[in-house]
Design a protein around this ligand. Structure first.
Ligand code: SF4
Length: 338
């Protein structure tokens, strides 16, 4: 009920803060009422691509080929759908390797809540894409296309990431903020200069050159898309005292002719900062401080909203992608009557 204080989530994440900025009602649905929405083909494909790209770097550099990544798709799907399976004779070597590296082999050593979360996701994925279904084929085909694009953007045989899927957490102005970085690279520029680069994979289409040049994209869309990585940079600075050099959004979705992917010179070992499928941004002490101030402001607004339990619906262009717009069980009040 309005005006009654509510229990907030213990930690904020870039997603929850973005959701609050986008629409307080959406934040309430997801993080106060904890209503989860079922996975879609697009989100499941995204999870699959992230798993394959994470595990690709487990093998020696000369084995990181498009063929191997393609071969990893099916065992990665099986690992996602049946996370805690014991080894059996039918299990391929690749599947064993993916499970071992992901800590999803038999479930030992994993905390109960993590196990329950993985099992819940697995049963939702299985419902979305039962064996032999067109949905499973779409997820697998979409992932293969994204992986093909990935190898046109980077040459994973040319570098070793510092880490992948790293959990980071820090207290920012009284709020505990955490997140997972897809990939962190560290490479030497000279004998005494190194650069840390945060990379995030997106399986959506890259913006076209004309979109990139529009002021709406630069002033509204781009800051929204970079927000999570700016928070990761802040968390790295706060938690391990590292000021990252730059942020990279790597788009793996289909691109049209206008945004044809640049070929990456074979001699270029470092992850590129700016290409047609990459949006990059350099990090500075000033940008870190601006992000810190933004996180503090969002946290303060969330506390204010929680104090009076008021989460107004804020309609906008992104409502068309919001599950609550058409939900019958949890309808958004802004659309319930229409
Ligand atoms: S449909 Fe729009 S206004 Fe309603 S909860 Fe979703 S984002 Fe907010």
């Amino acid at each position: 009920m309005e005006n009654e204080p509510v229990a907030l989530p213990k930690k904020l994440s870039p997603s929850s803060m973005s959701d609050f900025k986008r629409c307080p009602k959406l934040f309430e649905f997801k993080y106060i009422q904890r209503i989860s929405t079922p996975p879609t083909i697009a989100t499941t494909m995204g999870n699959l691509v992230h798993l394959v790209l994470e595990r690709l770097f487990d093998v020696p550099p000369d084995r990181r080929t498009p063929e191997l990544a393609d071969d990893m798709v099916e065992p990665a799907i099986t690992t996602m759908l049946f996370p805690f399976k014991s080894i059996d004779e039918q299990m391929s070597e690749l599947e064993v390797a993916i499970r071992e590296a992901s800590g999803l082999f038999d479930g030992s050593g994993i905390e109960q809540w993590e196990k329950e979360r993985a099992q819940k996701s697995a049963s939702e994925w299985l419902e979305l894409m039962p064996e032999g279904s067109p949905e499973r084929a779409k997820v697998a085909d979409g992932a293969r296309n994204a992986i093909t694009t990935y190898f046109e953007v980077e040459r994973p045989a040319n570098f070793d990431p510092e880490d992948r899927e790293i959990h980071i957490e820090a207290s920012i102005g009284g709020a505990v903020v955490h997140g997972y970085i897809d990939r962190l690279d560290r490479y030497l520029i000279s004998d005494d200069e190194e650069r840390w680069v945060i990379s995030d994979y997106k399986t959506s289409k890259p913006p076209t050159p004309s979109q990139r040049n529009s002021s709406y994209f630069r002033n509204t869309i781009l800051p929204e898309r970079l927000f999570a990585m700016r928070v990761y940079a802040l968390l790295l600075a706060e938690s391990i005292d590292v000021l990252p050099h730059s942020l990279r959004l790597i788009y793996l979705g289909p691109s049209d002719v206008e945004t044809a992917i640049d070929a990456l010179p074979a001699s270029e070992g470092r992850p590129p900062l700016s290409r047609s499928n990459v949006i990059g941004e350099e990090v500075s002490v000033t940008s870190i401080d601006q992000t810190r101030q933004e996180v503090i402001r969002i946290h303060s607004e969330i506390l204010d909203a929680a104090e009076v339990n008021s989460w107004p619906a804020k309609t906008g262009k992104l409502c068309d992608w919001c599950d609550f717009k058409t939900s019958t069980e949890h309808p958004c009040p802004a659309f319930a009557a229409s």
